[in-house]
Design a protein around this ligand. Structure first.
Ligand code: WQD
Length: 323
């Protein structure tokens, strides 16, 4: 199989690239290197390209033909919720515009399989303990909106010209499959806590009065290597006859952990003794966001193999290796 990976120099994309390389697949990476790093893609060819830029379709069509591409895994996108609220037009231009260029080039070149990096942010602030793919999707920020629109674009391409897509809604991704592929952007809970510990500051817990057992927010933390494996399962699924042609799958562990539990595991793994400081809630945080994982287990035969301790320990190892 020859696979084009957009955003393959990024945190999650590079894990998928490495697993595909290890399986002996042909891989070509397309990345604008705005957050990605060329050293993460190993020997695979790298095309430096912003998918939303003028002329991107032509470059993609040429790359599809030159590399005889069979399938695409599409990660390349802007992914910061707060930034999306500040710059909504840019998020639509980048995420939706980039994907429109990709889909048009795929149609023109006859590339009919796509694994799409979607997000639990498509659910917004759900009123249920565990979210299912067939429940309401009501994103509450432009980032989540662009991901939901991305799923719709893929579905429409399926109707129009037969694209087969697997749309993976990621929950809270963390950890590292290899120490050199850790998340270098400090944006989410675990790297933020490591930064605080390095500086000798107390980690901050946003809100201690949520309606959860210990009062802090609950999330579903999935190890990035498990998540990467889900992409290979999705590619295999698309290559076979099974499935609907447009599938949406939650990718999580199915088990929630509270912020205070995460901090306890961080203390165990790092040996740091700093007690967390509970502050006021952060705007827009749902109390609980945990995946129902029945569909992906049933249809792709995938389930997470690693727990929170593995996730935190691998994140810490990669964090140390980068410093
Ligand atoms: C996790 C929990 C915070 C920092 C976001 C996006 C989602 C996806 C993943 C992109 C929350 C709490 C955090 C801190 C804390 N993004 N927290 N102290 O908000 O669940 O999800 O990232 O693809 O779409 O919304 O992730 O890591 O920011 O927070 O208490 O210093 O940790 O309140 O409960 P979030 P997060």
């Amino acid at each position: 199989m020859s696979v084009l990976v957009t955003g393959g120099a990024g945190f999650i994309g590079s894990h998928v690239v490495r697993l595909l390389q290890q399986r002996g697949e042909e891989v070509v990476v397309v990345d604008d290197l705005s957050n990605g790093r060329a050293d993460r893609v190993g020997d695979s060819p790298l095309v430096q390209l912003d998918l939303a830029a003028e002329g991107a379709q032509e470059v993609l069509r040429r790359t599809f033909a030159e590399r005889s591409v069979d399938a695409v895994v599409h990660f390349a996108a802007r992914k910061q919720v707060g930034e999306s609220v500040q710059k909504p037009a840019w998020y639509w231009q980048q995420n939706v515009g980039g994907q429109a260029n990709l889909l048009q080039a795929m149609q023109d070149a006859g590339v009919g399989r796509l694994v799409f990096s979607s997000s639990a942010a498509t659910y917004g602030a759900p009123q249920v303990d565990v979210v299912r793919e067939d429940g309401p999707a009501e994103p509450i920020n432009p980032y989540g909106q662009t991901k939901l629109v991305g799923e719709w674009m893929n579905r429409a391409a399926g109707v129009a010209w037969g694209l087969r897509s697997a749309n993976l809604r990621y929950f809270n991704v963390a950890g590292a499959g290899w120490p050199d592929l850790g998340d270098s952007v400090v944006m989410n809970l675990i790297p933020i806590v490591f930064t605080a510990l390095d500086a000798g500051r107390a980690p901050v817990v946003f809100g201690g009065d949520y309606p959860t057992p210990d009062g802090s927010c609950i999330r579903d933390y999935v190890h990035v290597l498990d998540l990467a494996e889900a992409h290979l399962a999705a590619l295999d699924h698309l290559a076979g006859d099974a499935g609907e042609g447009h599938d949406v799958f939650n990718v999580g562990t199915g088990t929630g952990a509270s912020v205070l539990e995460v901090l306890r595991v961080v203390r165990e793994v790092t040996g740091a003794r700093v007690e967390p400081e509970v502050r006021e809630r952060r705007a827009g945080d749902p109390p609980q966001l945990v995946a129902d994982v029945g569909r992906i287990r049933g249809e792709l035969g995938w389930s997470a193999s690693k727990g929170l301790r593995d996730t935190v320990a691998s994140a810490w190892e990669a964090w140390r290796a980068a410093r």
